[in-house]
Design a protein around this ligand. Structure first.
Ligand code: NAD
Ligand code: TYD
Length: 381
């Protein structure tokens, strides 16, 4: 049997960001064995990883992170020495309807992984030496920032990711690594809680943990309940675009592959017990991004300019809707030399084209066919 240099457990690898991380690690590090553990909830889809499913250094395990016994077994079976933990319930609107599922997976699931890793690593002669527990979190744990500059101003930072045309900041504050946690939604509250548990395992038991908090991601393979894929699909099918409130909330967008690149750099070179914020200094009001999506989809489909603007439909606001998120990622840029590789216009163009070119993927996930297919395949496993 082949001996791998590292055995890395990636949780949530069949989801949006996880699939990009798994793909990057499997391709870039043939000397590592990558074990993708995923429960395959509605958000998990193995079709996201078709291109690498037969690679010799890739293993898929269908399991729930809350299944503590199973995780303990897997730690031993695969000699896991690194964990990159992405599995989570991730959609704010669902958390408002069903907070229990979020507490179970995001809090108890993270705790179950931490404890299983602790028990296994503490039995080894070298203990925590060379080990990593890397927890992927969100900027939403910091709460919401104020819109002190509703018209937008030149931000105090510059980056390759920001759009040449846009490049505005909507307030003077940003989220820094030491910004106090102040989550508002059940989703962000559950992520905040899991972040605290991860840090507690470092502070109490000496586990080598790292936490990163990233801004909103966009790109291929995102489940179409989230703004960007949902709206691209609706524009294509001439369905209404449900804009919450006035559409003035601000989000800071990062291309998903740039997040995966950051995860790679931090997993290998990040300092134990540190937190890194990940973001591209790329703030957009929802309504502005929606207009960019309309313009891009219409142009690619050959519709006249402005053709789909009539689909914009203002609807009741999300409960507790956070006004503005904006990440300061200078620490990561300064200390580890990471910076985003794509300008926003380029990322959006690629993303829109990907969804338009992959209608079959979209039809499968919107019909739920992928779940029936994989349920059959993993029956009894
Ligand atoms: P996603 O919803 O697309 O994927 C989540 C994955 O986790 C799915 O494959 C799902 O099947 C799996 N999963 C859910 N519950 C599970 C369980 N109990 N056991 C095992 N697997 C389970 O999410 P995403 O957008 O890819 O986000 C991944 C991580 O990144 C999450 O932790 C999220 O909080 C964080 N994050 C997301 C964003 C974003 O913009 N999407 C931004 C910052 C941080
Ligand atoms: P979303 O993609 O759900 O990410 P998050 O809530 O984690 O930021 O939403 C992005 C923004 O778009 C958020 O301000 C809510 C808004 N939104 C709408 O206006 N309409 C929609 O149908 C969705 C899904 C989101």
């Amino acid at each position: 049997m082949r001996i791998y240099k590292r055995n890395i457990l990636i949780t949530g690898g069949a989801g949006f960001i996880g699939s990009h991380v798994v793909r990057m690690f499997v391709n870039k590090y043939p000397e590592y064995r990558i074990i993708n553990l995923d429960k395959l909830t509605y958000a998990g889809n193995l079709a996201n990883l078709k291109d690498i499913e037969n690679y010799p250094n890739y293993v898929f395990v269908k399991a729930d992170i809350c299944d503590y016994d199973k995780i303990q077994e897997l730690m031993k079976e695969y000699h896991i020495d690194g964990i990159i933990h992405l599995a989570a319930e991730s959609h704010v609107d669902r958390s408002i309807k069903d907070p229990f599922t979020f507490a179970r997976t995001n809090v108890m699931g993270t705790l179950s992984l931490l404890q299983a890793a602790k028990l296994y690593w503490e039995t080894l002669p070298e203990k925590y030496e060379g080990k990593r527990f890397y927890h992927i979190s969100t900027d939403e744990v910091y709460g919401a920032l104020e819109m002190t500059n509703p018209e937008g101003i030149e931000p105090p930072f510059s980056t390759t990711a920001s759009s040449s045309e846009h490049h505005l900041a909507y307030g003077k504050d940003f989220f820094y690594e030491d910004t106090k946690y102040n989550p508002h939604s059940p989703y962000s509250a559950s992520k905040a809680s899991s972040d605290h548990f991860v840090r507690a395992y470092h502070d109490t038991y000496g586990m080598p943990t790292i936490v990163t908090n990233c801004s909103n991601n966009y790109g291929p393979y995102q489940f179409p309940e989230k703004l960007i894929p949902l709206f691209i699909n609706n524009i294509r099918h001439r369905k209404p675009l449900p804009v919450y409130g006035k559409g003035e909330n601000v989000r800071d967008w990062l291309y998903v592959v740039d997040h995966a690149r950051a995860i790679d750099v931090i997993f290998h070179n990040g300092k134990i017990a540190e937190t890194y914020n990940i973001g591209g200094f790329n703030e957009w009001k929802n309504i502005d991004i929606i207009k960019v999506l309309i313009k891009t989809v219409d142009r690619i489909l050959g519709n006249p300019e402005g053709y789909s603007l009539d689909l914009i439909t203002y609807v009741t606001d999300r409960l507790g809707h956070d006004m503005r998120y904006a990440i300061d990622s200078t620490k990561l840029q300064r200390e580890l030399g990471w910076e985003p590789s794509l300008q926003f216009e380029e990322g959006i163009e690629k993303t829109v084209r990907w969804y338009l070119d992959n209608q079959e993927w979209m039809d499968n996930v919107t019909s739920g066919d992928y779940q029936r297919y994989y349920e059959e395949m993993y029956k009894g496993k």
